[in-house]
Unconditional design. Sequence first.
Length: 310
Amino acid sequence: NVSLVFDLTKGIKDRIKNEETPGGLTKKEHLINIVYDELVSFLGKEGHKIEVTQKPFKIMLVGLFGSGKTTTTGKLARFFTKRGNKVALVGLDVHRPAAMDQLEQVANNAKVPYFIDKKEKDPIKIWRKSKDEYDNFDVLLIDTAGRDALSSELIEEIENVTDEIKPDEKLLVISADIGQTAQTQAEQFHKSCAITGVVATKMDGTAKAGGALSACAVTGAPIKFIGVGERIDDLETFNPPGFVSRLLGMGDLEALLEKAKGAISEEEAEDMGKKFLKGDFNLIDLYEQMEAMKKMGPLNKLVEMVPGFS
């Protein structure tokens, strides 16, 4: 959004004019540092993590047609399961053909239970049907129908669903390549259900979610997750310092460590370290390390996270 760009550049210009360049830094390095600081504070300074505070913790996903909501539901299921939570999916998309089938597929892929009804056309009835079972889970992920912010019927439906479910988190799922229309969509969704966070999907493409960032500025809802690929594990909590660092080609060690933790346990890593020091490393260990690397995703994405390599 142009007005946001003006605010940002004004902040950068004011600081480079008024601040003394610290000793040991060139003017160029100081400028890069200021750009980094300003971008980080523009994106919400520190990351905003979702803390599961009660049971069941209800997270509702809203968004446009084709923004990747159902896929994101599966990725979030894997994300929370990995952190020791008991997760279930609830499918309330009654408009898109085969939406329930896709949710079923996604749930099976994430290895979590799901609640759907392929015949019912009222999302509130689907929600009420399994209400007694929800208390067995720590996290409920609720997939709603894709919206066009200009469609009054769908907006009315999302308002009714929100009143019925009373979700703890309402996440707006926005595609990284959506562009300027993000602002209108975000405003409309915010009016309908007061979104608490944004998930930017398709961040592995060339677009880097300028629209999603505008959406956050408009609604005041921070980006909480970014989708960085097609695989079910390709979801990261959004950490502004690391994200900006990667954007400026400086790597992101925190995200790399997070990926490594998901691929290999601390005990295994410690065990491997001892073997290296004793000179006991064999082909089976090498094979296990390569398997762990494979879990972490494509090599080019890992290299991007190493400072100086991107």
